[in-house]
Write a protein that binds this ligand. Structure first.
Ligand code: PQQ
Length: 683
């Protein structure tokens, strides 16, 4: 390895693992982000730029159910622990891929309707003899590491409420910490810590205030909620929950004794609906630091005051040390959805820098003195003036993890340029358990010309960001907007799942493309690396599903047939055969019969009620049925049965009889048929 790479290993060794981890930790992947600082920088260097071309598939393991896959696997003691859709956990031999055990939490299919972005699971946590997983219906479970037996299972919320969990739990000392999702539907976010041995609740931190008339919550967060957060809200937000879900990112610093979590957007999205007299609406879109033992508030930094754009601050946080203005600072770095890259002093929450890492038009800049963004005119999309927002609600960066290489000093971000049309829903009425963003979702305009236009506004890239110089060192453009998490390694490499291409390795210094392995399934979660018997392995989970695969598959370079995903593992010199793509048969659609008015109405209703599962433009991705080729499409009477009679309820398709009339379902059918004739089937 080159001197640069040796230096990487040396620097990595100090900043890597802040806890006193056992010696084997350098060859394993014990925690979600590799370590408590979530750097995702593997100290392994056997695979480097000079030999990565010889990386081949060692083995792959297929999950047994379709739908989205977003997990970062964990590797401890020669075993891999990976979660698939619905929170099914697989324990595999890390050398051979042989299944040791699997555990299915048996989530009722109907719960899937509360998941904004598929029934994904971003991974498990392993501590001693226990494997922890959080299920989409809100159970936190401890499984025996040897045989997958359930040791305890705790309900973190009432599964009838539209909460979900997609994030990976984190073990912090003798506690396991977990948040939840659901801010698109109307919930009040919170984070909870449970005893690793018993599953007993230790503390809970609500991220937004409840109804003041109900008094205090009796949680560790009372004081900051009453004193800091409550004055920043107005109106009756609690009717809609308020939002603030902690659906993904956490990190912790044992020396400072601080646990950090990223808080999500407001519910509904439009602040005018949830807090009509304005206000910052703490702790939405914030990074919050608490004492891990008690959940006691220490500091917060709000990235997007008074969020109206779905600008979550739930994106990954990396803890490291940086030289800022001649001083070494302990920092926390985040690239949240809103398009600014933040560097904070992680002891105090002081803002050190905030710079645009993608195109941003909702704010001109962030003022360092106040820590506040300066919003642009019209960005809050007043009535009658819709706003073309950049970045869109998918963000300049979403949940796909980034990585930091201390030798290059660069943060590698799975970034995207994106835009979306923000328009108030003049007819908004809260519908329990339904999409409650308060925005009109325009249907995708039919026709290839409009589609090409939409694709131009949606572009993903791998971004190497210099957090000290506060500029991009390089960017590598990708074919589509939705790409995977990043692994950086002391071998001077950056691995990323690229939409339509499988796993790709780049040179950490300049982004030069060095290697590719086409898995035929997109890799979204973070790849990992581990060493066994002196050999370095790279592993990544793959599968179709997740927010953009489902809603916007029409914009992606490759979309999925509803086939199960799985885990792929590579090492030098291996040559196991790669499974090839699987195609599904298509039924010819019925004749296009709808009037312009009927198709237009159907399109609006489709975008509100159907698109979040069956896809924009009625082009489905991932494991969801594609309505253009549904056998129910053949006759109007048949097409009404699932939404109005609930005939597919046990398979997860909820009845919409409280929201939709027969004539409206017929209009949706006319729209779907129009789309079936507009877009060629995707293999
Ligand atoms: N999940 C994904 C995904 O898995 O691809 C993408 C998103 C989520 C978002 O862009 C979100 O805004 C989002 N929001 C919430 C929420 O507000 O509670 C939850 C989730 C989730 O749990 O997956 C996502």
């Amino acid at each position: 390895a080159a001197p640069l790479l040796l230096m990487a290993a040396a620097v990595g060794a100090d900043t890597q693992i802040p806890t006193s981890a056992p010696a084997s930790a350098a060859s394993e992947w014990r925690q979600h982000g590799l370590n408590a600082a979530e750097t995702r920088f593997s100290p392994l260097s056997a695979i480097d730029a000079s030999n990565v071309a010889g990386l081949g598939l060692a083995w792959h393991f297929r999950f047994d159910r379709p739908r989205g896959v977003e997990a970062t696997p964990i590797m401890v003691d020669g075993s891999l622990y990976v979660s698939g859709p619905w929170g099914v956990v697989y324990a595999l031999d890390a050398r051979s891929g042989k299944l040791k055990w699997q555990h299915d939490p048996q989530v009722p299919a109907g719960k899937g309707m509360h998941a904004c972005c598929d029934v994904v699971n971003r991974g498990v946590a392993v501590d001693g003899e226990r494997v922890f997983v959080a299920t989409i219906d809100g159970r936190l479970q401890a499984l025996n590491r040897d045989d997958g037996r359930e040791l305890w299972s705790t309900r973190t919320f009432d599964p009838a409420a539209p909460y979900t969990i997609t994030g990976a739990p984190r073990v912090v000392r003798d506690m396991v910490v977990i948040g939840n999702g659901g801010a698109e539907y109307g919930v009040r976010g919170f984070v909870s810590a449970y005893d690793v041995a018993t599953g007993a609740l230790r503390w809970r931190f609500y991220t937004v205030p409840g109804n003041p008339a109900d008094g205090a919550d009796g949680a560790a967060s009372d004081r900051p909620l009453q004193e800091l957060a409550l004055p920043t809200w107005s109106g009756e937000w609690w009717r809609y929950g308020g939002g603030g879900t902690v659906w993904d990112s956490m990190a912790w610093d044992p020396e400072l004794d601080l646990l950090y979590f990223g808080v999500g957007n407001g519910s509904p999205h439009d602040r005018d609906l949830r807090s009509p007299d304005g206000g910052d609406n703490l702790f939405l879109s914030s990074i919050v630091a608490v004492r891990p033992s008690t959940g006691e508030y220490v500091w917060h930094y709000q990235t997007t005051p008074g969020d109206s754009w779905d600008y979550t601050a739930t994106q990954q946080m990396i803890l490291t040390e940086l030289e800022v203005d001649g001083r070494t600072r302990k920092v926390l770095m985040q690239a949240p959805k809103n398009g600014f890259f933040y560097v904070l002093d992680r002891a105090t929450g002081e803002l050190l820098s905030a710079d645009k890492y993608v195109t941003v038009n909702w704010a001109s800049h962030v003022e360092l003195a106040t820590g506040r963004p300066v919003e642009t005119e019209g960005a809050r999309y007043p009535v009658g003036s819709p706003f073309l927002l950049q970045p869109s609600q998918i963000g300049g960066h979403n949940w796909q993890p980034m990585a930091f290489n201390p030798a290059t000093g660069l943060v590698y971000i799975p970034a995207q340029e994106s835009s979306s049309f923000m328009m108030k829903d003049a007819n908004f009425r809260y519908e329990a358990e339904r999409w409650n963003t308060g925005l009109v979702t325009p249907p995708l305009p039919p026709g290839p010309a409009m589609l090409a236009q939409a694709r131009k506004f949606m572009q993903g890239h791998l971004l190497a960001w210099d957090p000290v110089r506060r500029v991009a060192a390089w960017r590598v453009p990708h074919a589509g907007p939705w790409n995977g998490g990043v692994l950086a390694s002391a071998g001077g490499l950056v691995f990323q799942g690229v939409g339509g291409e499988g796993l790709v390795a780049f040179d950490a210094r300049d982004g030069k493309r060095l290697w590719q392995s086409d898995t035929w399934l997109d890799i979204l979660g973070g790849p990992i690396s581990y060493e066994l018997d002196g050999e370095q392995y790279v592993a990544a989970a793959a599968g179709f599903g997740s927010s953009l695969h489902i809603t916007s598959s029409v914009l992606l370079p490759r979309t999925g047939a509803p086939v199960p995903g799985g885990l792929f593992v590579w090492k030098l010199g291996a040559s196991a055969p790669m499974p090839t793509a699987e195609h599904r048969p298509y039924l010819a659609p019925p004749p296009d019969h709808g009037s312009a008015a009927q198709v237009e109405l159907g399109g609006m209703l489709y975008a509100h009620y159907c698109m979040h599962c069956h896809g924009a433009g009625a082009v489905a991705g991932g494991g969801m049925p594609d309505l253009r080729y549904s056998p129910y499409l053949a006759a109007a009477e048949a097409f009404r049965r699932p939404p109005l009679d609930g005939v597919l309820a046990t398979r997860g398709m909820p009845a919409f009889s409280d929201s939709l009339q027969a004539a409206e379902v017929d209009a949706i059918r006319a729209y779907v048929i129009r789309m079936a004739h507009s877009f060629a089937p995707q293999a």
